[in-house]
Design a protein around this ligand. Structure first.
Ligand SMILES: CC(C)(COP(=O)(O)OP(=O)(O)OC[C@H]1O[C@@H](n2cnc3c(N)ncnc32)[C@H](O)[C@@H]1OP(=O)(O)O)[C@@H](O)C(=O)NCCC(=O)NCCS
Length: 367
């Protein structure tokens, strides 16, 4: 039987600081009603620590779930567009912290498509026999690049991390097919010019260049088209049809994008997993966090056909068709937590608000 890469462990890190739509109403001219209707988002969780800290915790949880030691790993890959530093990579720092002394490590940036791109890379490594046990993490600290008076962008994004362990299987389960694509010519629709989430906004940076630049409507259209076409291609490559799919786990960009894209595919309702209401768009972290939540909710069973599909900055897109393997319950649990904080979202965002204040000097104060 063909050797495939199958997911044997999963875990997530949801940071502790909540940013609700009611909180956003205090920061910008918006409303809970508008945000829920246009995006499906009610809340986001923000981090008081670095991308690496969230990635490490999600990684430890995924390893415990798989019943593996860090020394069992031969590769650590972190998908992120908000690394703590450019060099060393987040993956190298996580490799050191968890003690994965036998593993290679690198970061991969395909923005919101990062976990799908990462899955294709690690699946290829495992299938070919170049790697046996691989840890893939999607981790993002997106709030550092947000101007919380820009209502067209800041309402959408949250922070977090999700992880998966991949191991070989010859039982028919694992990654069945991959579809990846990019259109760099449209890269200007989603831009973060500055790098390194450790370098929080500081007077040395130009606010206009630093904040996320985002063309919401253009992205919306490209995303619906990109996701539905890519998912259709991956199904064809796997020799499957929409009827064969038990669950689609899409990148959680916007509930309306997910609805439109999956309706085009002919897959709706209970066969689509959505958790955007509580977490917002967490870029590369959204799919692995959604996989964890779907398993916790009993929405994935052994033998299920699962499709992962994403769209993001670059622009990039991609889809994975996989058959879920034997494990649907964790072997073990890692009970570590992030360090506690008593900050609320307004404390956490004060630096951002101060940094971008100059861009909004002529605007009336928020009521
Ligand atoms: C950003 C997004 C939610 C905006 O929704 P939209 O329906 O396209 O809204 P528009 O930009 O057309 O704006 C419509 C109106 O609402 C206003 N508006 C925009 N954001 C608002 C907000 N947060 N609250 C209230 N009103 C808002 C606009 O100013 C505009 O008002 P006007 O008609 O008086 O000019 C939507 O375009 C989107 O989700 N895009 C893709 C997002 C995404 O997830 N991308 C990442 C992919 S990885």
């Amino acid at each position: 039987m063909t050797r495939r890469a199958t997911i044997t462990g999963w875990g997530k890190c949801v940071p502790p600081v909540s940013l609700s739509n009611a909180d956003l109403e205090r920061l910008m001219d918006t409303s809970d009603e508008w945000i829920v209707e246009r995006t499906g988002i009610r809340n986001r969780q923000l981090t008081h620590v670095e991308t690496t800290d969230m990635a490490e915790l999600a990684a430890r949880r995924a390893l415990a779930c798989a019943g593996l030691e860090a020394t069992d790993l031969d590769l650590v890959v972190i998908a992120t567009c908000t690394p703590e530093l450019l060099c060393p990579s987040v993956a190298a720092m996580v490799q050191d912290r968890i003690g994965a002394t036998n593993a290679a490590a690198f970061d991969l940036n395909a923005a919101c498509s990062g976990f799908v791109y990462g899955t294709s890379v690690v699946a290829g490594m495992v299938e070919s026999g170049f790697a046996e046990r691989v840890l893939l993490v999607g981790a993002e600290k997106l709030h550092y690049a947000m101007d919380y008076r820009d209502r067209g962008t800041a309402i959408l994004f949250g922070d977090g991390a999700g992880a998966a362990v991949f191991e070989p299987s010859t039982d028919g389960d694992g990654v069945l097919a991959v579809d990846l694509g990019a259109d760099g010519g449209k890269g200007g629709t989603m831009l973060i010019r500055s790098m390194g989430s450790q370098g929080e906004p500081s007077p040395a940076n130009d606010p206009e260049a630093f904040r996320l630049h985002f063309e919401g409507q253009a992205v919306f259209k490209i995303a619906v088209q990109g996701i539905s076409a890519s998912a259709a291609r991956v199904l064809e490559r796997a020799g499957l049809t929409a009827d064969d799919v038990d669950l689609v786990v899409p990148h959680q960009a916007n509930a309306r994008i997910i609805d439109s894209a999956t309706r085009r595919l002919g897959i709706e309702g209970e066969r689509v997993f959505v958790n955007i209401d509580g977490l917002g768009n967490t870029a590369a972290a959204s799919i692995p966090m959604a996989i964890s939540d779907a398993l916790d909710a009993g929405r994935i069973s052994t033998g299920d056909t699962v499709v992962l599909t994403a769209f993001g900055g670059g622009v990039t897109w991609g889809s994975i068709a996989l058959q879920w393997g034997a494990r649907t319950e964790p072997v073990g649990v890692h009970d570590g937590e992030l360090p506690p904080t008593d900050m609320d979202c307004f404390d956490l965002l004060q630096d951002n608000l101060d940094f971008y204040a100059g861009l909004h000097a002529d605007e009336p104060p928020v009521a």
